[in-house]
Design a binder for this molecule. Structure first.
Ligand code: SF4
Length: 292
């Protein structure tokens, strides 16, 4: 949006605020829009119904589900269960106890995927999945996006972030000049948990070493973790996503930013703006790292 348009919008908002304060007019916030967000962000239809399984997950975004109520604006209806996060070993602890397994010797991502495609370390997940969802993208990517675990569409297609949330992720990446082919996208768990429940600590223990290996082979400059569970798990933190986002952390020696899961944006418009701020910051950091 150019500067003239921004000025007109700001002037209009200020005028409306002035009239509201001085003339008792009711101007509803939802009717005032001013944002430098890309058009597709504003076009996300947050009233669309989405599959019930995704609804369950969205209940855990941001540490609480906030339902927009046009009269009262917000209503907290759900608190998350983060108790399992503390049961997960630190990255250092976990690396120490890794035994020597064949997949560790893989020289390429394809060979690595082939080594673990029949993995059955998590009995329940291995029995319920159609296939593992290893991850897709550039094996030499500078950026890796990490989510929590595959859902039904991902399990079906064997690819991460497909379906509506996946399409939105693609749009978000495009808005900061990344294509899915430029980067690598994967999840902490490679198998779909039943009913899309949160991964259990044991399952993370079993599967996170595969993520270590992927990162060791890809050597990205930056990681973008999406969603509360992925962010809290990777950071071993119980802090709500709202407190973890907006700054850089380190995961396994790599700079990492966390932000909202695209599925959350399909439900809650309040998270579009912080997500847009996060990904812009992420892109700036990427440009700095690439130049240096
Ligand atoms: S989630 Fe990971 S460790 Fe567990 S069975 Fe699937 S691939 Fe193996």
């Amino acid at each position: 949006m150019n500067k003239d348009k921004i000025k007109i919008i700001n002037d209009t908002i200020n005028y409306l605020k002035f009239r509201t304060d001085h003339n008792n007019y009711d101007i509803y916030k939802k009717e005032i829009r001013h944002s430098d967000m890309p058009v597709f962000f504003n076009d996300i239809n947050t009233n669309d119904s989405i599959e019930p399984e995704t609804d369950l997950k969205i209940g855990k975004e941001e540490g609480k589900l906030i339902r927009l109520n046009e009269e009262k604006m917000t209503e907290v209806v759900h608190e998350p269960d983060v108790s399992s996060i503390t049961k997960i070993k630190s990255v250092q602890e976990k690396k120490k106890i890794l035994t020597n397994e064949n997949w560790m010797k893989s020289q390429t991502l394809d060979a690595f995927e082939n080594e673990i495609k029949d993995c059955s370390k998590c009995t329940v997940l291995a029995a319920g999945r159609k296939q593992i969802v290893f991850g897709t993208g550039n094996p030499n990517a500078d950026v890796v996006v990490v989510g929590e675990a595959p859902g039904a569409d991902e399990d079906e297609q064997g690819k991460p972030f497909v379906g509506r949330a996946g399409k939105l992720l693609t749009e978000i990446l495009k808005a900061i000049n990344f294509s899915r082919e430029d980067i690598f996208i994967c999840n902490i768990l490679k198998c779909r948990p039943p009913e899309n429940r949160n991964p259990l600590p044991d399952e993370i223990e079993n599967c996170e070493p595969y993520l270590f290996k992927q990162l060791e082979m890809i050597k990205p400059k930056l990681i973008l973790a999406v969603g509360t569970f992925a962010s809290q798990t990777l950071l071993r933190s119980k802090e709500p996503l709202g407190k973890l986002r907006g700054k850089f952390h380190t995961y396994n020696g790599i700079k990492m930013m966390v932000t909202y899961h695209p599925a959350a944006l399909l439900r809650n418009p309040n998270w579009k703006k912080p997500t847009w701020e996060d990904v812009q910051l992420f892109r700036k950091e990427y440009d700095l790292l690439v130049k240096s």
